[in-house]
Design a protein around this ligand. Structure first.
Ligand code: 1DF
Ligand code: MN
Length: 349
């Protein structure tokens, strides 16, 4: 493998767009929920493992998540990653009661802002929210914007509720007003969805994350969130959580359902097809999906201006994947868009 370097010698900078951190307080609070038997099998599966696993992976993930300094920077250097766009890891503070959720969120945002101030040319932050209180979260999005954050992290469902419920829409309203994108990131599938996935060890990043998150984004689209907020920018990882691949069939069957009034609550969308929203409001990153066929396919479906590089540090820290994406059969201009300029534009860097 040729040595990976930062600095852009290959013709572009590399901006990694889905990088995770945790505060010690959030990690401790996760451990308390695990011990208390908090009633969410997706959370128990994820943090029952990562908070205490003595495996090499367990240690690596905890150390990486907790680092907002030298370790993270040297890992970035070794992988040739110039800038990391960093967010509170999943499920964020979605699992806490309102008071604790807000206190932990405020502190996580303050700690991330301090790290970004200390390393302004390397770290970019996303605002964490406490979606159990959507109105408070809208205000925190404004505070995050003033702190210099460039996106909002929404870590999936909220104790089993999906954010197409109008009570969550103050979050979308605030993001649209500030022209700041929302990154819809996975967590364990909701209680209603997880059963047969968990039964075979398929609930996590292996598959269940994508099922829950692709579903979440589809719910937002079909319930008209992007008709109400036409300028809202929404980012999903993992190759668009499979939606680019599914979009032809989704378009056909969704429209057939709407035309025949199969579901009384499903109204026609202003843009007609679901895929029109993917091409107007949605951006896909390739965290955990560092695979040229998937990237090339999504480029064809969404366009070269809607796909972005991500590492998913520390969960998938694989420098060879950077080299593999450098070597894709793609023009330098398109690679520059993928690694650098799309992120600069979408995140307003
Ligand atoms: C995992 C993967 C965990 C991703 C994550 O956050 C995460 C994992 C808790 O491997 O268990 O963000 N990911 O995005 O692929
Ligand atoms: Mn991730």
């Amino acid at each position: 493998m040729t040595e990976l370097k930062t600095g852009g010698a290959q013709g572009y900078l590399r901006i990694a767009t889905e990088e995770a951190f945790i505060t010690q307080d959030v990690l401790n609070a996760y451990m308390r929920l695990v011990a208390e038997g908090y009633d969410d099998p997706g959370f128990q599966s994820l943090w029952g493992f990562y908070s205490s696993s003595p495996s090499e992976r367990g240690h690596k993930i905890r150390d990486g998540l907790l680092s907002l300094g030298e370790q993270r920077l040297s890992d970035m250097d070794r992988a040739g990653v110039d800038k990391a766009i960093i967010a509170l890891t999943a499920p964020g503070t979605h699992v806490f009661k309102a008071d604790e959720a807000k206190a932990l969120t405020t502190d996580a945002n303050d700690q991330l802002a301090a790290a970004c101030r200390a390393h302004p040319d390397r770290f970019i932050g996303m605002t964490a929210i406490a979606p159990v209180d959507p109105v408070w979260s809208a205000r925190e999005i404004e505070r995050g914007h003033k702190l210099g954050f460039k996106a909002v992290i929404l870590n999936g469902h909220v104790e089993g509720e999906y954010t197409d419920d109008e009570k969550f829409w103050p979050i979308f309203e605030a993001a649209q007003a500030l022209d700041t994108p929302i990154y819809l990131h996975p967590q364990g599938p909701s209680k209603g969805l997880i059963g047969p996935l968990l039964e075979r060890g398929l609930d996590g990043a292996v598959f269940g994350f994508g099922v829950d998150t692709g579903l979440h984004l589809l719910r937002l689209i079909v319930m008209g969130v992007f008709d109400r907020f036409p300028n809202l920018k929404l980012i999903v990882g993992h190759g668009g959580e499979a939606l680019p691949y599914w979009s032809y069939r989704i378009d056909y069957m969704h429209q057939a359902g709407v035309k025949s009034n199969r579901y009384e609550f499903l109204k026609p969308l202003e843009l007609g097809k679901v895929s029109n929203y993917l091409k107007r409001n949605v951006y896909a990153t390739f965290s955990g999906m560092a695979w040229e066929p998937a990237i090339q396919f999504s480029k064809t479906v969404l366009g070269s201006d809607r796909i972005m590089y991500a590492m998913d540090y520390p969960y998938q820290y694989e420098p060879e994947e950077v080299a593999a994406q450098d070597a894709m059969d793609m023009s330098l201009e398109d690679k520059r868009a993928f690694f650098q300029t799309n992120a600069e534009r979408v995140f307003n860097l």
